[in-house]
Design a protein around this ligand. Structure first.
Ligand code: PLP
Ligand code: ZN
Length: 448
């Protein structure tokens, strides 16, 4: 049995490298840096068999049904006996095993044709079929598990919508209070209504997501709330299971590419961490490249990574990224009054909190970053629908991002590609408006 009884927290800045016990209530290093959950043991590769078996077993053990906790040996920061169901029930937060349960890669022929790749080499993994309707449930299950471990009374988050829906859902299920900070008037009605439905306390912030995050962090500090945004390293642990499920489905034969939309870059960071760990343990022989797709209207990572600001290509640089370049970029946005602007509100973020972890992930995977326009994302969202799958506009970025990278020859025609569809449609009028306009590529306008 592999028990990771030696998990701890470590600052990601190699010059700082402070370490903390798992039971620490702070989600960041005291110098303000980001933290990683680290494990000392190398899990045995035999676990691959066990994970597959758990997925097939019908034993009414919710932790084996859960697409997150099925992999619990690889995220055992609670340091529990993972075979002891009673102990699992006491510690692990789960919505009756529903988180991550429905998500796996699918072939989508119409999308494959649209992006210009053979269906056999192309997979999309819909994370919208999570209980609250987005990938956020993967990481929220683990973040709320940690909140419970340290006896937090209240969880707090800022949100473009899906984080608040997910946090509200798990908090309600666990009987913990939940405050969600939202940019007033800027989140999809289907997401806002979920937060209300789950009994969360909504705090409306006059500003955008970046302003809401700042206020929520300040308030959490002042009033002792536990932050469950993706700066929380335990969120990142749960989100590692998104690539775990994709890789497991591909028999751990790594694809050439894994593609995500980029918002706060928690997904990018967790995918990078998952791949670093799996590669170090020898569970995968090849490192997939990560592609991050920004919206044109909120393109901080792309601008910095591709040298579109001051001509310097921002890199992790083995732990010494040019932080001043990032500060100057933000000063430039402030000075010019540039606000993030896209109809894909889930990725309408100008100050991605996980930018440094994302840079680390991109360095490890030789990643690429590009941007797409709103009209393209709507096409991407709509063609997914024609395959019988539902996704929201931000997830459409994955589709058209892949198309763009193929047309530029960066993704090769015979590469194996897995794209992540991050959430389901919660902005009911978007498809209606899209289809009413016959000019749109995939529109099927109503008849009368
Ligand atoms: C949160 C969210 C994103 C952005 O993910 P990050 O990890 O913050 O980059 C993208 N799509 C959807 C649907 C989301 O809810
Ligand atoms: Zn530090």
């Amino acid at each position: 049995m592999t028990m990771q009884d030696d998990a701890y927290l470590k600052c990601i800045d190699p010059q700082c490298a402070l370490e903390y016990p798992i039971e620490s209530a702070n989600v960041q290093c005291e110098k303000g840096h980001m933290l990683d959950v680290k494990y000392k043991n190398t899990p045995s590769e035999d676990l691959k068999e066990l994970f597959a078996k758990r997925g097939r077993m019908d034993e009414n053990i919710i932790f084996n049904e859960s697409g997150v906790w099925r992999f619990r040996e690889l995220l055992n920061f609670c340091k529990i006996d993972t075979f002891n169901v009673e102990e699992c029930s006491k510690y692990l937060v789960s919505l009756d095993g529903a988180e991550g349960r429905q998500s796996k890669p699918y072939h989508m022929s119409k999308v494959a044709e649209f992006v210009g790749i053979s269906t056999d080499n192309f997979w999309l993994q819909p994370e919208g079929y999570n209980p609250s309707g987005s990938f956020k449930d993967n990481g929220m299950a683990t973040a709320v598990t940690h909140a419970k471990l340290i006896h937090a009374k209240k969880i707090v988050c800022a949100s473009t919508g899906n984080t608040s829906a997910s946090a509200g859902m798990f908090a309600a299920n666990e009987g913990i209070d939940c405050d969600v900070y939202i940019p007033a008037g800027q989140i999809a009605p289907g997401k806002l209504s979920q937060a209300y439905q789950f009994g969360a306390q909504i705090v409306e912030v006059d500003g955008n997501f970046d302003d809401a995050l700042k206020q929520s962090l300040d308030d959490a500090q002042k009033f002792g709330g536990y932050t469950v945004n993706s700066i929380n390293p335990f969120r990142i642990e749960g989100q590692k299971t998104i690539p775990f499920r994709a890789l497991e489905y591909l028999k751990w034969d790594a694809p050439d590419w894994i593609v995500y939309p980029g918002g706060a870059l928690g997904n990018t960071s967790s995918c990078g961490k998952a791949l670093m760990e799996l590669y170090e343990w020898g569970w995968i022989k090849k490192i997939p490249r990560i592609a991050v797709i920004n919206s044109e209207g909120a393109s901080t990572l792309s601008d910095l990574y591709n040298g579109e600001f001051e001509g310097e290509e921002l890199r992790w640089n083995k732990g010494t990224p040019n932080i001043e370049l990032i500060s100057r970029y933000y000063d430039h946005l402030d000075k010019e009054g540039i606000r993030p602007k896209t109809k894909a509100t889930a990725i309408q973020i100008a100050r991605p909190a996980n930018i440094l972890k994302a840079l680390r992930a991109l360095e490890f995977t030789k990643g690429v970053v590009t941007t797409v326009a709103d009209s393209e994302m709507l096409d991407g969202m709509s063609v997914v629908g024609l395959n019988g799958f539902d996704c929201e506009m931000a997830s459409g970025a994955t589709v058209v991002g892949i198309k763009k990278l193929i047309s530029k020859g960066i993704i090769k025609k015979d590469d194996v590609v897995v794209g992540i569809l991050t959430g389901r449609q919660k902005d009911a009028m978007l498809p209606v408006e899209y289809h009413r306009n016959p000019e749109n590529k995939f529109a099927i306008p109503p008849k009368n």
